[in-house]
Design a binder for this molecule. Structure first.
Ligand code: ADP
Ligand code: ZN
Ligand code: MG
Length: 479
């Protein structure tokens, strides 16, 4: 039997670190990248006798995320202890939410070949992150860094509605863009601000019961999520086709070998002995509180997209790419406010900028220049200071050694030659060196003109003004 006889079922549990200034139950900073154990206090180090106090911003951000993903917001919610021992979890329990999460029953819409599809969200709850173990290559031991302990997280749990690795990627990208737009998380996947546990099962087409799933934890790149799902689906089908059964287990994806490996048997909720945290009060939200957050929600990607289609006449495809990321979308809007050339800014983002991001595996948030600098680049072309081929080189420089496009052009001596005398010199030189092309052109081969212009460009290392070159060649050839 082939893979076509099976249906793939995927559900994601996505963890997003909230971008609050301080941790969830103490006032330590959440900032990433500090020296180990410098952002800690007795509360997040779990000293006996300390008391957690819930950071109100965490509730606000989680409610924001819930509203932006069409969830119902619980008026009455609470924190629970999830008990397990792990060396980077000094309390030996994690404060999370069990039976009364803040948000429930939402959905996120993705575009598929068959049209729009809703991926339902089971819940969004708040919890604290654990610390981090650094495995010491020299001493041979493991060192614990508690800076991350107590950084606030939301966990967004989807229903098993996802049917392929492409849908999983689309869902995750959509979720990421929503969280970026509402500014509750920076979603930097390389820093682990956004990571997903990927649950995968397969079943024979037509079956109504779900198959046994395996779970791959803490995945933080789109590429490895796609590869891991593809691998795991094939593996499970092979096992079933050989008459075996799938064990419910937690797997580790290894990017180098491109395989999954068993990590541990799957725990059940009962293994965690959840109970309400006695140190924290219930979370009661008023209608007014929720209403105010609703009013504070910014424009979401879908609505920006509609606006781009109408106001700037972007194509559906381009509008999708730009609004898929808040950073690209802000770059776009910021730049056109300054240079007033939506078409050119759109082209830069869709073609050259997207290509460089792809090639360098950079996320839009890492773009090292701002909308003002992009606008300047566009204006330099509009004014004829540089040609568009030079502008492409300037853009590469802006990525590699970020500075103002004007400075780059000055330093490199890339200003376009628009001086009539200088252009004429080049044209005459090229005409003299290429008598055959001149004869071809005069004999009716229009293409020869393009060749001559190309030669003149080569001669000036791309700096000659192309319109002036064209005009001047035509004048000379008519003589
Ligand atoms: P936990 O993993 O914490 O025990 P759940 O039982 O709530 O939590 O399920 C977690 C995730 O697994 C959810 O996103 C859900 O959609 C997904 N899931 C559940 N059953 C399956 C299945 N048979 N195949 C694929 N995904 C599943
Ligand atoms: Zn602390
Ligand atoms: Mg899970």
């Amino acid at each position: 039997m082939s893979r076509d006889n099976y249906e793939v079922i995927i559900g994601l549990e996505v963890h997003a670190e909230l971008s609050t200034k301080t941790k969830i139950f103490c006032s330590c900073p959440t900032e990433f990248g500090a020296a180990p154990n410098t952002h800690v206090c007795p509360i997040c180090m779990a000293m006996p006798g300390t008391l957690p106090v819930l950071n109100e911003k965490v509730v606000e951000y989680a409610v924001k995320a819930g509203l932006a993903t069409n969830c119902e917001i619980s008026r009455d919610s609470k924190n629970d202890r999830k008990n397990y021992f792990y060396p980077d979890l000094p309390k030996a329990y994690q404060i999370s939410q069990f039976d009364k999460p803040l948000c429930e029953h939402g959905y996120v819409e993705i575009d598929t070949d068959e049209g729009k599809k809703k991926i339902r969200l089971t819940r969004i709850h708040i919890e604290e992150d654990a610390g981090k173990l650094n495995h010491d290559d020299f001493g041979g031991g493991s060192l614990v860094d508690l800076n991350r302990a107590g950084v606030p997280l939301i966990e967004i749990v989807s229903e098993p509605d996802i049917r392929s690795s492409e849908e999983a990627e689309k869902y995750l990208r959509k979720l990421k863009s929503i969280l970026e737009y509402i500014e509750v998380s920076d979603c930097k996947m390389q820093e682990g601000s956004l990571r997903a546990d990927v649950n995968v099962s397969v079943r024979k087409k037509g079956d109504t019961k779900l198959g046994t799933r395996t779970e791959m934890k803490n995945m933080n790149s789109f590429k490895s999520i796609t590869r891991a799902i593809e691998y795991e689906v094939d593996r499970q089908i092979d096992v079933l086709e050989d008459g075996g059964i799938i064990e419910q287990e937690t797997l580790r994806w290894d990017d180098v070998s491109g395989k999954t490996f068993p990590m541990r048997d799957k725990e059940d909720a009962q293994d965690y002995r959840y109970f309400p945290d006695p140190d924290l009060v219930a979370i009661k939200l008023s209608e007014e509180y929720i209403e105010n957050i609703k009013k504070s929600l910014p424009e979401l990607p879908e609505s920006r997209k509609q606006r781009y289609l109408e106001e700037y006449k972007l194509s559906e495809k381009d509008a999708n790419i730009i609004t898929s990321s808040k950073y690209l979308s802000d770059l776009f809007e910021g730049a056109i406010k300054i240079c007033n050339n939506p078409k050119a800014v759109n082209n830069w983002i869709i073609s050259d900028i997207s290509r460089i991001l792809n090639e360098t595996e950079m996320e839009p948030i890492e773009i090292p220049f701002d909308s003002k600098q992009l606008a300047k680049l566009v204006m330099l072309i509009d004014k004829g200071t540089i040609s568009s081929s030079i502008a492409k080189k300037v853009l590469v420089e802006m990525f590699e050694h970020p500075r103002d496009p004007e400075d780059i052009i000055d330093e490199k001596g890339w200003v376009q030659i628009s001086d009539e005398g200088a252009i004429k010199d080049v044209v005459l030189k090229v005409l003299e060196a290429n008598p055959q092309s001149v004869a071809d052109y005069k004999g009716g081969k229009d293409k020869a003109l393009g060749y001559l212009v190309g030669q003149a460009m080569k001669e000036t290392r791309g700096k000659a003004n192309p319109q002036m070159l064209n005009k001047m060649f035509l004048e000379e050839l008519k003589k």
